[in-house]
Design a protein around this ligand. Structure first.
Ligand SMILES: NC(=O)c1ccc[n+]([C@@H]2O[C@H](COP(=O)([O-])OP(=O)(O)OC[C@H]3O[C@@H](n4cnc5c(N)ncnc54)[C@H](OP(=O)(O)O)[C@@H]3O)[C@@H](O)[C@H]2O)c1
Length: 238
């Protein structure tokens, strides 16, 4: 795909930071989405040696902040071709489902679904004009014996529905923009208290896999790709 501007949310650390670095190395100009100016600036400074990197303040839990970011991107980054909805929170990993408070579910839902929805909706016309792509970093949402964090799965499930639904409508309307998901598998980050294990990858490894798929010439519109098994694509669109 053309290497113009990419916008990565939650890019001040973890998978987002490494994804931004990999995109810079690939040749993109990269907008670092961060909610905190000092953490965002530190990331921009750390990445400056890899290419053209700039800060975009954005709080994914705040619709006004999202609207302001959309306006700024439309005005100053008209060559946006790639949006990576990476910012995310998990809620507690160790609580039983009924021990969650409703507010924790609302907080997780805002960052993991409503924020990405608002940002995608706002930037879709520009990305469509530029034949661009929206990549959502996501997870499997079926409760599994060893992985069933309720707030996290309850918040990413509608994100997966968004990919399916937007993907279908984009295809029905023959729009050139693509919307897809990528499941990076288990990655050792702050989100999971730096989980360890044979199956757990580093953020750098995950980012390389994400960027390889995000820049792949194949059309993944409406699909969710599991990086650990690229043949395992969730989609009803085949
Ligand atoms: N780690 C894994 O095993 C794994 C597996 C599958 C999918 N994922 C997904 O990968 C994405 C990145 O996760 P990670 O593991 O890299 O976690 P992380 O290290 O905790 O990074 C999360 C990023 O999201 C940002 N963020 C949180 N709330 C935000 C808000 N309200 N507005 C804007 N940014 C916000 C954080 O910023 P602050 O520094 O300001 O908090 C940080 O930059 C998430 O969507 C996660 O669900 C992770």
């Amino acid at each position: 795909m053309s290497t113009k501007t990419a916008f990565v949310t939650g890019a001040n650390k973890g998978i987002g930071f490494e994804t931004a670095k990999a995109l810079l190395k690939y040749g993109f100009r990269v907008l670092i989405g961060a909610r905190d100016e000092s953490r965002g600036t530190a990331a921009v400074e750390a990445l400056a040696e890899f290419g053209d990197v700039q800060l975009q303040l954005i709080d994914m839990a705040d619709l006004d902040s999202i609207r302001a970011a959309v306006s700024n991107v439309k005005e100053n980054y008209a060559d946006l071709t790639l949006l990576i909805n990476n910012a995310g929170i998990s809620g507690a990993f160790d609580k039983t489902a009924w021990d969650f408070e409703a507010q924790e579910l609302i907080d997780t839902y805002m960052v993991d679904f409503i924020g990405p929805f608002g940002l995608t909706k706002g930037l879709l016309p520009l990305l469509n004009d530029n034949k661009g792509k929206v990549v959502n970093i996501t997870i499997p949402t079926e409760a599994h014996e060893f992985f069933h964090p309720f707030a996290y799965q309850a918040a990413k499930a509608p994100l997966n529905v968004m990919i399916d639904n937007f993907g279908l409508e984009v295809a029905q309307k023959n729009m050139p923009v693509q919307i897809m998901g990528i499941m990076p598998g288990a990655v050792s980050t702050d989100l999971n208290d730096h989980a360890q294990g044979d199956f757990v990858k580093t953020p750098t490894e995950a980012a390389e896999q994400i960027v390889a798929i995000a820049t792949d010439a194949k059309n993944y519109n409406g699909k969710i790709v599991n990086v650990d098994n690229p043949e395992d694509i969730l989609s009803r669109m085949d």
